[in-house]
Design a binder for this molecule. Structure first.
Ligand code: PHE
Length: 470
């Protein structure tokens, strides 16, 4: 099959453009907003270690699998799965994997855009000098004022969705490729500067110790699931974003090298962010486990006290918006590509439809921070006792839908696709590199995902099974 080796949507100008775009997708709110706060909520060091292990043994192999499937199928994930299943003589039901990804992307973007809206609001607050000289309490109240006001959140969320729709409507090369080219390096520079500030804050050691000294008594089975889910989330895996980007990848580009580069850059950004944030948390007597507002309540303290803080603060939140923007695009791209392929829509029309639907669903998350802050739909399940709709959406997508999507992607590439086809598509021969990849997607990934799931649901208690403590 796939004699047509070019996607109808166009393609990247080369391997570098793909790496940049995929890095743009991977590096986002997940690294800078989410990673620090979930590491804080789940005890720090042990969580970070599990997360790093998941990136290495689950994330990288699945990223390779996703890129490979995308490049071979050359269509939206739904149609790619359909045609690859046909090529392998398997059931057309595999296309549901594509659908599940579209749904996950839709749900994620609906709340992602709300948080990106916070970052947008903070660009203006920083520029206006609102943080200058402010105390930790002052900054906390700025945050509460923003999130407590549904109208403001709606305005920022709307602006962010419009920005996303505009870039998606313009297509693969226009805009997107250009944006990431300077964004990722600039983000690095700013994070390193913030690390410099954190180093001088007086609690750098405490911050590092919290992040890098694993204490396994502080992580629960659910914490392990959250760490694994985050490995998928932060690398944009399990929902077709990387698959659809892979479908625009030129023929002769090394999938393994690209995937490893993307994963390393992504991890570095997360660690740099964590190293900037936790020293500030400890130096100011804040709570590492304080939740989704963590970076919005810590970094402004740094900006409020460093020389040139208004400028750097503005730049930082601007970069955060850009990072979120390049991720948002990839969240909606699988749906848009499908609408173009199957419904004959133009990209503009497809982006508008997909964007409006996502925007509307975003209202649920907006109200989770104010009007419905006390509405905990699943409070009868112990771990979800305090979960608002926003938190449930995040949990369901990152910790359940993405790992399940990744599991099936691994199963398909390892067990359904012909070995000769994956050898050909990965294009690294069938030596040691290929064998390691194959072993990982064949056994390690599926077993790891299942073990974590079964353990959390309490169906099997592996700790007890192996005679370990709780
Ligand atoms: N990886 C992005 C981030 O870390 C989020 C994302 C998830 C993007 C899934 C695409 C698909 O912010």
């Amino acid at each position: 099959m796939t004699e047509r080796r070019e996607s109808i949507h166009g393609s990247w100008s080369g391997r570098l453009a793909f790496v940049l775009a995929a890095t743009g997708s991977a590096v986002g709110l997940g690294n800078i907003w989410k990673f620090p706060y979930i590491a804080g909520e789940n005890g720090g060091g042990a969580f970070v270690l599990v997360y790093l292990a998941c990136i290495a043994v689950i994330g990288i192999p699945i990223m390779m699998a996703e890129v490979m499937l995308g490049r071979r199928g050359r269509q939206s994930p739904i149609n790619t799965m359909r045609s690859l299943a046909k090529e392998a003589g398997a059931s057309p039901a595999w296309r549901w994997l594509g659908w599940a990804g579209v749904l996950a992307g839709f749900l994620i973007l609906s709340y992602y855009s709300v948080i990106a809206g916070w970052a947008l609001a903070y660009v203006f607050r920083a520029a206006a000098g609102t943080f200058t000289g402010a105390t930790a309490e002052g900054i906390a109240s700025i945050f509460e004022q923003l999130t407590g006001d549904p109208e403001r959140l709606l305005a920022w969320h709307t602006l962010f969705m419009v920005m996303t729709m505009i870039v998606v409507a313009r297509g693969v090369r226009g805009g997107l490729e250009q944006a990431v080219r300077w964004l990722v390096p600039a983000l690095f520079v700013l994070l390193i500067m913030l690390d410099g500030y954190a180093l001088a804050s007086g609690a750098f050691d405490q911050g590092l110790e919290f992040l890098f000294t694993p204490d396994f008594s502080r992580i629960s089975a659910n914490g392990v699931l959250i760490a694994m889910g985050h490995a998928f989330f932060t690398l944009s895996l399990g929902m077709g974003a990387i698959m659809v980007y892979g479908s625009y990848l030129p023929e002769r580009a090394s999938i393994a090298r690209s995937s490893i580069t993307i994963a390393l850059l992504d991890t570095l950004v997360a660690l740099l962010a964590g190293m900037a944030i936790f020293p500030i948390v400890f130096a100011n007597g804040l709570e590492p486990g304080s939740g989704a507002g963590l970076i919005f309540q810590t970094l402004p303290i740094a900006f409020g006290h460093m020389p040139g803080g208004a400028l750097f603060g503005t730049l930082f939140f601007l970069l955060l918006v850009f990072a979120a923007w390049t991720s948002a695009i990839s969240l909606i791209e699988p749906a848009v590509a499908w609408l173009v392929e199957n419904k004959g829509m133009t990209r503009v029309c497809a982006s508008v439809y997909a964007g409006i639907a996502t925007w509307g669903f975003g209202l649920l998350s907006i109200f989770s921070f104010n009007a419905w802050a006390d509405f905990k739909p699943l409070s009868f399940i112990p771990i979800f006792e305090n979960y608002t709709i926003f938190k449930l959406l995040d949990y369901l997508t990152a910790n359940i839908m993405l790992p399940l999507g990744g599991l099936f992607i691994a199963l398909f590439s390892a067990w359904v696709m012909k070995r000769s086809d994956s050898v050909q598509e990965l294009d690294m021969g069938d030596g040691a590199g290929y064998v390691v990849w194959h072993l990982l997607v064949c056994y390690v990934t599926p077993v790891a995902v299942l073990v974590v799931f079964l353990n959390v649901t309490g169906i099997v208690n592996f700790a007890r099974l192996f005679g370990l403590g709780e």
